[in-house]
Structure formats: C-alpha cells, structure tokens
Ligand binder design. Structure first.
Ligand code: ADP
Length: 424
C-alpha cells in the first residue's frame, strides 16, 4: 500500500468531515454553491478510493535471468529426488528440465526440445495447451507402446511467474491396468472353465430326457461322464476358493511351527495310490534332517501335495518321483523331481499364472484345473520362501521350494550331504 494511501486512511476522518462541512457551508452560501458541490464530490471520491477495495491482480514474481532462473540448485535437487517423472516446460512448450524418472520415459537429451517432438501424444499436448491458456490444472491419459507397453496419467499445472512455466507430472498406471486386466481375464477364464463341464452336464440331461430315455447302456455311460464333469467343476471351485483364501491372507505372516519332513512324507503317502496306479515309485531322501519352519500346516500340505501330484500327473508311466529334502542354517529346501516329458523353456516363466497350461488337453485328462501352481506360488510367497523350476525336455522337471528355517542352535552352516533314501 502506498504511503499516501496509508496517510489518507489514517487521517481520513478529519479530512473527510472537514471537506463535508466546508461543502455544506459553501452550498448554503448560495452563489458559491457550485464550489461546495465540487468539494462534496471530492470528499466522496476520497472516501470511496480509500475504503472500497479495488480488486488488483496478484503480483507475479519476475524471474530474474530468463526462465532458467527458476532452476536454482535447490529446485533441481528437489525435483530430481521426486520418484515420479517430472518435466518443466517454458511458455513455448520447450523442455526446461526433466528428472531421472522422466528421462527414463522420454529418453535422454531432451532439454530445449519442443514437447511435441518427444511426447507425441495429442491428449497430453491438448492438456498442456489448456493449462497454459487458462492456468487451470489438466489431466490426460496416454499409452506408450514401445519398448514395452506402459500406461500413464499426465497432470499439467502452470506456475504463474513471468514468463510462465508449465509443470508436467506423470503417474504410472501400468501396474493398475495390468491387475485390472488380470482380474478381468481371471473372471473370464473361470467362467469359461466352469461353463464347459456345465454345458456337457446340461447336454447329457437333455439327451437322457429325450432319445436316450430308454437306453440303459447309454444312460450308464452318460451318468459316468456327468459324474466326471461334476467332479471337475467341484475341483475347480475348491481351487478357486483356496486361491482366494490364500490371496486374502498373503500379507498375514504364518504363525505355526511345522516339521517339514513329516509333512512331506504325509503328503506323499496320501498320493501314493495315484502313483501306484501309474506304476510310479516315489522316493524320499533327506540329505540333512530338516529343521522346522514357521508356517501354516494346511497350506504347506496343499503346496507339497500340488507339486507331488503334478510330478505324478506329468511324470512318466512306470517312472520315478524323487523328493529330496535338505537344509542350511537359513533355509529348508524340498525338491520334487520327476522323469516325465519336461517343460519347454519358454513356458517355464508362465507356469504359475492362473489357468496357464502347457498342454490344456493333457491337463484336463489328468483332472487338472490350471490353478495348482498359482496356489503354490501364493503359499510360498506368504511363507517368504522361493520356488524354482528347472526342466529339460525329454528328461523331466524339478520344482524346488525354499523356506526360511527357524534357527536351530546347533544347525551346521554348510552341512555335509549324507543321503538316506527311503522308498515309499
Ligand atoms: P494343472 O491343474 O493343469 O496341473 P498347474 O497349475 O498345477 O495346473 O500346472 C500348470 C501346468 O504346468 C500344467 O498344466 C502342466 O502343463 C505344467 N506342469 C506342472 N507341473 C509339471 C511337471 N512336473 N512336469 C511337466 N509339466 C508340468
């Protein structure tokens, strides 16, 4: 506020009252009334100017040395440490600054280049133009197709200095989009998996009601198939429920103490009849007596049963399943090896995806749901363990589960192997 205005505000009442009185007096004096009126108008003007606030634009800081003037070392440092991609543009949309995460998105050496040459996306450019014009923040979503597809949300904002600077911040939506996609795929896959046996059962019901009504042999045959399809639906629902339950608890650390060797032997014994039906021999060896692990017994039982069952399902008829237990001071390992067909290298990274199967027909014939290894993955993750898969086509596969051991006082650091093999 100017000193004159200050003075007037402080001294205004005496001045204004004096002016008003003088004006009234001059009006009453007749011929000099014109002067009185002028004096009254003047006093009114002073009062209005002083007391009625006149809206004035916010003073805008002037950047002393051109637009780079804002890029003080402190500003560079703060923006440089932001985890999300940040870019500053001048009023003609040339790049003033990018931090390292933004450089990873738009590439190196982009300073001074026009934005349109480095981020060729009409929605983002439109958002920036709108922000530059009206000063309001704007949002735009875009996808970068190469080198791998990534999805972003771009926020633009204008910093109102002279000349203005425009900030652009990106929010990476790729993980959210992928999980949305996975969820949608999961629902579609689950419905598809259930619909197939359901359609078969409905079809056979219609046939039994219709032309096969009095055909006893066909009826027995169809009932057999319907029972198998109903069992398939039931397995699928059980696996879906298991997966949901395990996923829900994945962030809750397990509480119990589990003796791995006894558990693995129990899991193998339960599957022994299936192995015998395929003429497969299960051999368990413990290189060193495993120490206990912290875990949820039922979940670990499910984990080992799934892996042993797979080794039987995809193993060689008349072949072997070897279960090898070992431990170091830090971890317990259980390797489940078969001498089946093995898995193509390209398929190995995808095995733990829900409903992924190398050979869908074979999996279905063997009663598979495509969820067994997804369940294994989540159980291992809840137990803060690791799952490794090694496979050679034509030779077989080894699935190894590594679980953190409960530290034992006298556990050897690097125990010497002393195989004790037992055949179930
Ligand atoms: P499924 O119910 O089909 O067995 P899983 O999730 O347990 O589902 O396994 C996914 C796929 O991984 C199987 O369909 C099969 O193609 C492959 N697979 C799993 N274990 C083995 C194994 N021991 N040997 C060969 N292939 C295997």
């Amino acid at each position: 506020m100017s000193p004159l205005l200050n003075f007037l505000q402080q001294r205004l009442w005496p001045v204004a009252i004096g002016a008003v009185l003088a004006g009234v007096l001059l009006v009453l004096l007749g011929p000099r009334g014109v002067w009185g009126l002028l004096l009254l108008l003047l006093a009114g003007g002073v009062i209005l100017r002083t007391f009625v606030p006149v809206p004035r634009p916010e003073p805008q800081p002037v950047v002393p040395s051109g637009q780079e003037g804002i890029l003080t070392p402190l500003v560079r440092r703060v923006l440089g440490q932001m985890p999300m991609p940040v870019m500053l543009l001048d009023e003609s949309y040339r790049v003033l600054f990018v931090n390292a995460p933004m450089r990873a998105v738009v590439g190196p050496e982009v300073e001074r280049k026009p934005l349109s040459t480095i981020l060729r996306n009409p929605e983002v450019l439109a958002a920036i133009e709108q922000t530059a014009a009206d000063g309001e923040p704007a949002v735009a979503q875009f996808t970068m197709a190469v080198p791998i597809e990534r999805h972003y949300e771009a926020y633009s904002a204008r910093v109102s200095i002279i000349p203005p600077v425009i900030g652009l911040v990106l929010h990476d939506l790729t993980t959210i989009r992928r999980s949305e996609q996975m969820r949608a795929d999961f629902v579609a896959n689950a419905s598809h998996e259930l619909r197939t046996p359901l359609a078969a059962v409905s079809g056979f019901i219609d046939t039994l009601r219709g032309h096969a009504k009095d055909d006893e042999q066909a009826r027995d045959n169809f009932l057999e198939i319907m029972s198998a399809q109903a069992a398939r639906m039931s397995r699928l629902i059980d696996d879906l429920l298991s997966l949901t339950r395990i996923e829900l608890n994945e962030h809750v650390p397990p509480q119990g103490k589990v003796e791995v060797e006894g558990l693995v032997r129990e899991a193998a014994a339960a599957l022994e009849p299936l192995a015998r039906a395929e003429n497969i021999t299960i051999a368990i060896s413990a290189r060193n007596k495993p120490v206990p692990v912290t875990g949820e017994r039922d979940e670990l039982m499910q984990l080992f049963q799934n892996l042993i069952h797979n080794a039987i399902k995809y193993g060689r008829e008349g072949g072997h399943v070897w279960i090898i237990l070992d431990r170091t001071a830090e971890q317990v390992s259980v390797a489940i090896r078969d001498d089946g067909e093995g898995i193509p290298a390209i398929a190995v990274p995808r095995l733990t995806e829900r409903f992924y199967r190398v050979d869908v027909k074979r999996s279905r014939e063997r009663g598979g749901t495509g969820l067994g290894l997804a369940i294994v993955k989540h159980i291992v993750s809840r137990h803060q363990g690791r799952l490794t898969i090694e496979s050679k086509q034509g030779e077989g596969s080894t699935f190894t589960v590594l679980l953190p051991a409960i530290p034992a006082e006298n556990a050897p650091k690097n125990p010497a192997p002393a195989p004790v093999t037992e055949v179930l």
